[in-house]
Design a protein around this ligand. Structure first.
Ligand code: ADP
Ligand code: MG
Length: 255
């Protein structure tokens, strides 16, 4: 069964066709990769999936329900959560506090309870901290709990963004170039992290410019160029596709 389904999705900015008749089916439980050169439409695709932008045409279904008419907050509430291409952690907050921010999306305390700090609110705060610690442990960052985000190594800062997204309890997690700016070792840690997240039952759709990361962890890959899907299939097959090789000309595609 597919958790996310796009049919004939297009998005234009004035005369620029950023996405053109895009079809996509992401199987439940997969790590699915979307690759393409800079400017090919990857972030735009995330923006229309998550409701940050309306598609100009086409339909998007999440767990069989149409979401292309829903607002971004509602889509997130349904369990479709993204990270951003640019680092977006709160530099002055500790790792734990950063994740607590993400937990707000899921706590039910009313504003009045927060002001009066009723027992219900304290309980929820404790539950949020427990959840944040479990997420940090899952990402191998338990020791970073009280460290200010600005003082974390860059690889951990990028992991923290994923942690914040996990706090919203996604069923489908969208990662926008999570390896951007990471060195080879940090990238390999990230690849293991993404696999561990999937092992928790969370489907992952990862956008990358770096073909090697995607080749290493994805069961299935789609390739986008100038807003159009030019190939899709298992990594070995996609890496042999002449159209893909042409787009990535000059880059080493050896697996
Ligand atoms: P990628 O993430 O693959 O690098 P983007 O989706 O960011 O590509 O961009 C695809 C194309 O759409 C680019 O030509 C970009 O300049 C254009 N684009 C993206 N967002 C906007 C916007 N908000 N307004 C106008 N053009 C945009
Ligand atoms: Mg992008």
């Amino acid at each position: 069964m597919s958790i996310l389904h796009l049919r004939d999705v297009s998005k234009h900015f004035g005369g620029l066709q950023a996405l053109s008749h895009f079809d996509l089916s992401v199987p439940q439980g997969a790590i699915f990769g979307l690759i393409g050169p800079n400017g090919s439409g990857k972030t735009t695709l995330f923006n229309v999936i998550t409701g940050f932008m309306r598609p100009s045409a086409g339909q998007i279904h999440f767990n069989e329900a149409p979401i292309h008419t829903q607002p971004a907050w509602r889509i997130a509430q349904l369990g479709l959560v993204r990270t951003f291409q640019k680092t977006s952690v709160f530099a002055d907050l500790s790792a734990l506090e950063n994740i607590r921010v993400g937990c707000f999306a899921r706590t039910r305390g009313t504003p009045l309870q927060s002001i009066l700090r009723l027992p219900g609110e304290r309980r929820e705060r404790r539950a949020a901290d427990d959840k944040a610690r479990r997420i940090l442990a899952l990402l191998g960052m338990a020791a970073a709990e009280s460290i200010q985000a600005r003082n974390l190594p860059y690889g951990h800062q990028r992991h923290l963004e994923i942690a914040i997204a996990l706090a919203a309890e996604p069923r489908l997690l969208l990662l926008d170039e999570p390896a951007a700016g990471l060195n080879a070792e940090e990238t390999s840690v990230l690849m293991q992290t993404v696999q561990r997240i999937r092992d928790q039952g969370i489907t992952v759709l990862v956008v990358e410019h770096d073909m090697k990361l995607v080749m290493g962890i994805c069961e299935r890959i789609a390739v986008i160029n100038y807003g159009q899907k030019i190939a899709e299939g298992p990594p070995e097959e996609v890496s042999r596709n002449p159209d893909v090789i042409n787009v990535y000309l000059g880059e080493d595609l050896e697996l």
